[in-house]
Design a protein around this ligand. Structure first.
Ligand code: ZN
Length: 204
């Protein structure tokens, strides 16, 4: 990109490092940024750095949040004994959009994938087990872990792994129904299908 001066090339390079942004889009975005009022560009830069510096894992469910606990974990009206295990914060958002799930979540940040070298230690499974071990006897008896990982190979492998870990604890464990299309990413599935999958869940 020699035909652009260094700082323009740097901007295009930085933008094109983002997922889904090819070099053409990066150039279009770069020139858009350069045509924006200076204060708007500063606001954009601030939003990027503030989010990056302050967003961390929720101490309970491991989703991304900017406080110690996320708004869902901090909400007393939710059923804290019903824990839905999802692969990422986007899946959590998909279930929240249905407005019908009243439990809480646990976000794994990935799925077990031996082919891609992702083992159980690489996702937030240990955190789930620690969380469950802190439940009182009565809470354990009332608890339900709903495994809502994808229905692709990685999601199923992860579900089987979680089931093996949780079974010995005696805590009830269920799996969402396979109404979710095979290989379908949960975040792209419509709300009706998600609700049907949730309602049709079966014990593992
Ligand atoms: Zn949380």
């Amino acid at each position: 990109m020699d035909y652009y001066s260094k700082q323009i090339s740097n901007l295009i390079g930085a933008l094109s490092s983002l997922p889904g942004i090819g070099s053409k889009t990066a150039q279009r975005l770069a020139f858009h940024v350069l045509s924006m009022p200076s204060d708007k560009v500063h606001d954009l830069a601030d939003a990027l750095t503030c989010a990056r510096d302050n967003v961390r894992y929720c101490s309970q469910c491991m989703t991304l949040t900017d406080g110690d606990t996320c708004p869902i974990c901090a909400d007393d009206r939710r059923n804290h004994n019903q824990i839905m295990v999802v692969e990422n914060p986007r899946d959590l958002a998909a279930y929240e959009k249905t407005g019908r799930y009243k439990g809480v979540y646990h976000v794994l940040h990935g799925a077990v994938s031996p082919l891609n070298g992702v083992g159980p230690g690489d996702i937030k499974l240990k955190e789930l087990m620690t969380r469950l071990s802190r439940l009182s006897e009565k809470e354990s008896a009332d608890a339900e872990v709903i495994v809502a990982t994808s229905s692709d190979l990685e999601g199923e492998t992860t579900a089987m792994y979680i089931s093996k870990l949780i079974k010995p604890t005696g805590i009830k464990i269920t799996r969402i129904a396979s109404g979710v299309p095979v290989g379908g990413d949960i975040e792209y599935i419509d709300e009706v299908t998600l609700l049907r999958a949730l309602e049709g869940r079966t014990e593992l």
